[in-house]
Design a protein around this ligand. Structure first.
Ligand code: ATR
Length: 276
């Protein structure tokens, strides 16, 4: 029987996952399809039941269901359990296994773009929400030891940092002490198209050569990235993270490694950038 995969979320129409996974399925000559499904908030239990009944082989989970889906799964990967967020479900012999590939996707993208980064790099994470949690857990699991979490609400930064043996700061403390960091990871929605404008962090104290990674990919270059580049920072947007989280999900489902480099260029082009 032909396999099928899906992505569930609300909203879902803007998701680029179907285009990406369909292209990979074709490239790898897998007889399967991947469809977006609009699942309104509060209806994830029915959605999971339907996906199972209809023989879905696996699906991605996006906002707002990443945490809500957990009670309906049979097994949960320890990293996803620690994050309390699942973005990938694999159906194996009728049982539902949950994973989180977002943070791991970020680390893969960081390592691909900047292979020189070392485990003792001083990392500043800006934000302490779901995205920050996934990324900081994945960085920690990957061996990065020196992390500081800075957030508008200091208490949330403190909570997350205490789970990871990291430090916490206010945003203004981070701005004043910016020169001590080698890598800055921006995880909030500030700077995203159709969201809050501007930058969550003043980077005027940035040290030349600092890596500034923003998880936003629309626009391709955020205000924060522009300011960082003008001060000699090396920047990366969120396309690579998006592509790698998808590639890791694809491997969980099919045990096939899809191409990430060409896909990153293709998505950049679709979003209006050049292809190199
Ligand atoms: P996600 O799951 O996508 O990470 P979230 O859990 O709502 O989304 O987290 C959003 C993050 O962006 C939080 O760290 C939030 O800070 P607060 O904890 O203080 O709310 C941060 N954030 C949102 N708007 C912000 C702004 N204007 N300036 C600075 N940080 C902001």
């Amino acid at each position: 029987m032909k396999k099928w995969f899906a992505v569930i979320g609300d909203p879902i129409a803007q998701s680029m996952s179907p285009t990406m996974h369909e292209a990979w399925l074709q490239q790898k000559e897998v007889d399967a399809s991947y469809i977006p499904i609009h699942v309104p908030r509060g209806t994830v239990e029915e959605a999971v039941r339907s996906l199972k009944t209809l023989g879905c082989s696996g699906w991605n989970v996006t906002v707002p269901h990443k945490e809500a889906i957990i009670p309906y799964l049979d097994e949960i990967d320890p990293l996803a359990e620690a994050m309390q967020a699942v973005n990938t479900v694999v159906v194996k012999e009728g049982r539902l296994h949950g994973y989180n590939t977002d943070g791991v996707g970020f680390v893969a993208s960081l390592r691909e773009t900047f292979p020189e980064v070392e485990a003792d790099a001083e990392i500043l994470i800006v934000g302490a929400g779901g995205a920050a949690k996934g990324i900081s857990y994945a960085l920690c699991r990957d061996g990065f030891r020196n992390m500081t979490i800075a957030n508008r609400t200091y208490e949330t930064a403190e909570q997350l940092s205490s789970q990871l043996n990291a430090s916490a700061m206010t945003l203004s403390e981070a701005e004043q002490q910016l020169a001590q960091f080698d890598i800055i990871v921006q995880t909030t929605s500030v700077g995203m198209a159709h969201s809050q404008e501007g930058s969550p962090l003043d980077v005027s104290q940035l040290k030349r050569g600092t890596i500034v990674a923003d998880i936003i990919y629309n626009p391709l270059q955020t205000e924060l990235m522009k300011q960082a580049e003008a001060l000699g920072g090396k920047t990366m947007n969120g396309i690579g993270m998006f592509v790698h989280q998808g590639a890791i999900a694809f491997q969980h489902w099919l045990d096939i490694q899809p191409d990430t480099e060409q896909m990153t260029a293709r998505i950049r082009q679709q979003l209006g950038g050049n292809s190199c």
